[in-house]
Design a protein around this ligand. Structure first.
Ligand SMILES: [Zn+2]
Ligand SMILES: [Zn+2]
Length: 182
């Protein structure tokens, strides 16, 4: 789709309920890390929710400056490995039914465990993705101990009691469908 200026228009849709904050029963309003108001970020924000057997294990929303900050905290070595993994595996799929990084569908995710990700802007969703538990585990194995400690810190500060195998999942960027780490 192109608009009058010949620019590619990004299809937008209202944020689906599955990406709402489970605890607040409405779209996320503030960034989990910095607490700033999400609708004010022109670049948008990213919502991630980890599900297991239909239950929400973890959910968070991050503004792009925080995503970048988390990426900065990732060691160079880890970043390189994650980028390589994602470049090799990234599939040009969107939506919540196909894993972005392998051939599995959501129904095929081991133990019915997967994460759903949405790139959002104000009340709209611009892009969406799904990552199965096995791909999350593979990514967790690629990162250095230091990076894993940083991820664990983020997790512990925000979600006491979640499983240890959590790794922030990659998603397509809002405009270019390239993988984004952390
Ligand atoms: Zn933030
Ligand atoms: Zn997968």
């Amino acid at each position: 789709m192109e608009n009058e200026e010949g620019e590619i228009e990004i299809p937008r849709e209202p944020i689906p309920e599955v990406l709402y904050s489970f605890y607040e029963e409405r779209p996320f309003r503030i960034c989990t890390r910095c607490g700033e108001s999400l609708p004010e970020f022109d670049e948008g924000y990213r919502v991630s929710k980890l599900f297991k057997k239909g239950e929400v294990l973890m959910e968070y929303a991050l503004c792009f400056p925080c995503l970048e900050a988390m990426m900065d905290e990732t060691s160079e070595e880890s970043k390189k490995r994650l980028n390589k993994f994602q470049a090799e595996r990234f599939r040009n799929v969107s939506g919540f039914n196909d894993c972005n990084l392998c051939e599995r569908t959501r129904d095929q995710a081991r133990g019915d465990e997967y994460s759903l990700v949405g790139i959002c802007q104000a009340n709209d969703m611009l892009d969406s993705g799904m990552i199965c538990i096995e791909c999350m585990e593979e990514m967790a194995e690629l990162v250095s101990e230091e990076t894993r400690r940083n991820w664990d810190k983020f997790k512990e500060e925000n979600f006491p009691g979640v499983p240890a195998d959590f790794a922030p999942s990659p998603v397509p960027g809002p405009v270019h469908r390239t993988p984004v780490t952390t």
